[in-house]
Ligand binder design. Sequence first.
Ligand code: LLP
Length: 421
Amino acid sequence: MEWFSRSNGELFAEQVSVANIAEQFGTPTYIYSRAGFEAGYKAYEEALSGHPHLICYAVKANSNLAVLNVLAKLGAGFDLVSVGELERVLAAGGDPAKVVFSGVGKQRHEIRRALEVGIHCFNVESEVELERIQEEAAAMNKVASISMRVNPDVDAQTHPYISTGLKDNKFGIDISRAPEVYQRAAELPNIDIVGVDCHIGSQLTTKEPFIDALDRLLILVDQLAERGIKLKHLDIGGGLGISYDGEVPPTPTEYLSEVRGHLMAQEKYQHLAIVVEPGRSIAGNAGLLATEVELIKKSDHKNFVVVDAAMNDLLRPSIYSAYHGIEPVQQDDSKESLFCDVVGPICETGDFLGKDRDIKVAEGDLLAVMSSGAYGFGMSSNYNSRNRIAEVMVDGDKVHQVRRRETIQEQFATESLLPEE
Ligand code: LLP
């Protein structure tokens, strides 16, 4: 995370002190680095340059408008899973012609809106959905471009909740049945087949599962060619992991040069454009969560550092036992190291940000929960009636608030009492 660095023990986001940001905007606050997002995106551009490609940032990883806008300005496409994400992309200046629409349960109104704005393609996850898209496209007198999301049945070797490419998962069409479904699609008058896609899981730290899936997709490409169905692109999904705790995942170049190698090895695959849907590997290390220590609760067998951020702000540790580094914003070697759990104030045992950590910390200190740019704010909630927190983006020596902290009034503004009796 080179956009977060230290000078005299003090943590900086690009050129701005994290402590100053916390003072100005309060805590907890998500702090993003524009350079971080840009570097994440450019790593994919570089890895794919010279080969026809489309990089569709997975909006769910971090859907703040400013983040989408920064990426749209670089020419990014977007992978989305709801009409809400589509409207965000449009509001942020994204190009609908570079949008792929994934998701197992697209609703009719979502399909219509996507057709209206002219997205690049629907990633179709079932036969029912295929028929639904045909019906909506016909009613609008349009042709819908589609790719089939196939389930290649490979084990992504990641946390079971973020593994999506096994037969048991709800995602995609079983690869063995895909040729039939493509055949059906080819018969539908308002459907144009443009590609095939898969997404086998998230936070993968080795290439092998990706390459296994790719090889299975290429067999399908052959089977389709035999039926006279020619694809234009191969969408290999997202999923490349990041380093949370010393993992060394392949870089986009290491991963994609192997993919390109497989395509270039045989003439019949060389025309295929590569589509990727990275989320975490663009956003994850471009953000941290700044939080303040409220109090320290010590007991004989356990110490708890209670901070003002909680599981409603960053859910990943609670639901995936995910590890995020937790560091003091100001390192102070004169303080004693405390072996502790870092927990929030929510009434749940699962409300922790880190367990069994050694941190030099005192009441009132600021802590940074690292690698929180992806699946951080986007998974947050108002649980325990806590306001959604602020998000700021640092750009060089400037800080921009890209979402202000919610107020209590805003939190329940859409609720109402029953009428008086
Ligand atoms: N494409 C599709 C169809 C997806 O479902 C996902 C993520 C992505 C792309 C982007 O994957 P990435 O490059 O970010 O790994 N909340 C979990 C992660 C859930 C991922 C869901 N799908 C977490 O915090 O680890």
